[in-house]
Design a binder for this molecule. Structure first.
Ligand SMILES: [Zn+2]
Length: 321
């Protein structure tokens, strides 16, 4: 698989080992391993090689990170800088502006901060879809989270936010107005510093909705606003884009078209299949992980090989992008 470039996506990092995060020590071990065996390229180099038909070195890989959480600046960036490794960070501009915190984190926060509920909560209009929530603890939390997130990904953006407010009310726990520290974003100042030191900053909408579920008007607003803030705060350079949540239902032809019209130079998904990086505005990505086995499958091309041979489609359950 050395001739097929691979893009890998990361999300959260932590100083010490923590669920759903890549820890600092593990990340450094991964970067040292990758630096010895692969050519870690900036995404712009992959993009330009595709635009201009230029060959890429063998064993090319690209590192990408979604959302713009502060832990990227605090944990991952120092490691990348120390080893001289490039990466692309896709930021949700409203999140960086501190206008909002990401909605899946609001669900996580609620489920981490409430224990006794004993209520039936309506998931939409059909009573058959109600969920019975009694005690929220380590054994039930993940299942409730998955049910709620699956429902919220299936409805339009406005319904989603109304429902989250209803959910918080039912749980008797108002959501903090400002983002709790563990879910905080990078500041613009941090993004400026990183951009000067080998990190490419791409767009990831303004409020992080599934672009497959928004009106035409919101689609334009999300992309234009995102681009405008990136231009204003970080200067006008070629930028790439990442579809929030990034599954096949989270974008479509129209979304791809508007992404280009707004001026983004490429876009990426959050799943992998045999199409790989063929379409510049729909490039597939592999999932990074703290887990060494998943890490190797993604980077060494096992997943890409399987997709090529069997058409397999990867999606890591219980992960949001
Ligand atoms: Zn995201």
């Amino acid at each position: 698989m050395r001739k097929s470039p691979r893009i890998v996506m990361f999300h959260r990092f932590s100083a010490e080992p923590k669920q759903h995060c890549v820890s600092s020590a593990e990340f450094e071990k991964q970067i040292i391993y990758l630096n010895k065996r692969f050519n870690i390229l900036p995404l712009s180099q992959l993009r330009q090689s595709k635009e201009q038909g230029k060959p890429l070195p063998n064993n090319a890989i690209v590192l990408t990170v979604d959302d713009g959480y502060r832990d990227f600046y605090e944990v991952a960036y120092p490691v990348l800088k120390k080893h001289g490794v490039p990466a692309t960070l896709y930021v949700t501009t409203g999140f960086v502006n501190e206008e909002l915190w990401l909605w899946p984190d609001q669900i996580t926060w609620l489920l981490n901060n409430v224990s006794e509920v004993n209520k039936t909560i309506a998931l939409g209009e059909q009573t058959s879809k109600n969920i019975e929530i009694n005690t929220i603890d380590d054994s039930s939390r993940q299942q409730i989270w998955s049910q709620v997130i699956a429902y919220l990904l299936s409805v339009d953006d406005k319904t989603k936010h109304t429902w989250i407010a209803y959910f918080a009310e039912q749980l008797g726990r108002p959501l903090p107005k400002t983002t709790p520290d563990e879910y905080a974003a990078c500041t613009w100042q941090q993004l400026v510093e990183m951009q000067q030191n080998g990190i490419e900053i791409g767009g990831h909408t303004h409020t992080h909705p599934s672009l497959g579920q928004v009106s035409n008007e919101q689609l334009h607003t999300e992309l234009h606003t995102c681009m405008r803030f990136l231009d204003e705060k970080l200067g006008k350079v070629d930028r790439d884009f990442c579809f929030p949540n990034g599954q096949p239902n989270d974008y479509n032809k129209k979304v791809k078209q508007v992404t280009q019209e707004v001026g983004f130079k490429s876009s990426v998904t959050a799943f992998y299949d045999s199409k790989g990086t063929q379409d510049l505005f729909e490039m597939r990505r592999h999932t990074a992980s703290e887990d060494w086995f998943q890490f190797c499958k993604s980077f060494n091309g096992v997943e890409a090989f399987m997709a090529e041979k069997t058409g397999a489609h990867n999606k890591v359950e219980g992960e949001l992008c």
